[in-house]
Design a protein around this ligand. Sequence first.
Ligand code: HSE
Length: 321
Amino acid sequence: MPHAFSIYFNSITRSDLNKITVKSPGTVANLVCGFDILGMALNEPYDIMHLKLLNEPIVVIINKDDFNLPTEPEKNVAGVVLLSIIERMNHKTGFEVVIEKHIKPGSGIGSSAASAAGAAVAANHLLGGIFSRDEVVQFAMNGEKLASGVKHADNIAPCILGGVSLIRSIHPLDIVAIPSPDLFVTVVHPQIEVRTSDARQILKKQVLLKDAIRQWGNIAGLVTGFLKNDYELIGRSLEDVIIEPVRSILIPGFDEIKRKCKDAGALGGGISGSGPSVFMLSVSETIAKATETVMKEVYDRLGIENNTYVTTINKKGVEII
Ligand code: HSE
């Protein structure tokens, strides 16, 4: 089924648009218990991307930030997405993309997904919305493959759709939008580097049945909590007995942050994506800010530079501005 934006842009002729600017949000993948299958978009941080159609089948990348990301299209997340679209268009078009990145690469807040999804959505708009929602997601997943070695959509889908997404399946692609509650999100990004590929490499390949039972109980509980706006159920279900015990070792202060944030009133939370960022959900801005204070105190005491966001769930996804 085409997404609303394709229906709208299908009615616009190609000549109406040859440049576009989009805002592409950060995302929290996994949502603790839903490794590779759940994700949520954030109102902050976000990237800005300016895309222009070119007559030649090339990709030109201009980075307007200090992250020093590659400008060779085949080594750049947005670049590989645009190359895959050019290929699908039988080399009849090309793109220039100017990227103002604010989501730090390697933060665990969906930096690569924001580039990939922003490029795919913007390119589709410039082409008159010819691709369906799922095709746009597929194009964007090429960027995730470059960044982490694996095609996963738990950052890409919420980045494109906004809100909370369930990736029920990748083959075939089956994305389910889940109503998202009006909760506050606090994120702390300790300035240490955890590469997604490394954070995936260390995971065990097999799980015990008793852990799997607990995990799928939590996933079902979390989704039901979102559907019913049952905050207690959401809090109880934010538990990960499979991935977190392995990955949290890479994140200094993790257990202390989690415990103290819950003491400060947060519903719960955990590792954002593959880390090192940690996120917490709260019912009020006051609690979300108290949570931020706790996070800062822990990292300041440990002497680890950090930055924090107190934000809300983004319900729009990649947006044209
Ligand atoms: N689900 C992915 C992982 C997200 O946890 O490896 C990476 O951003």
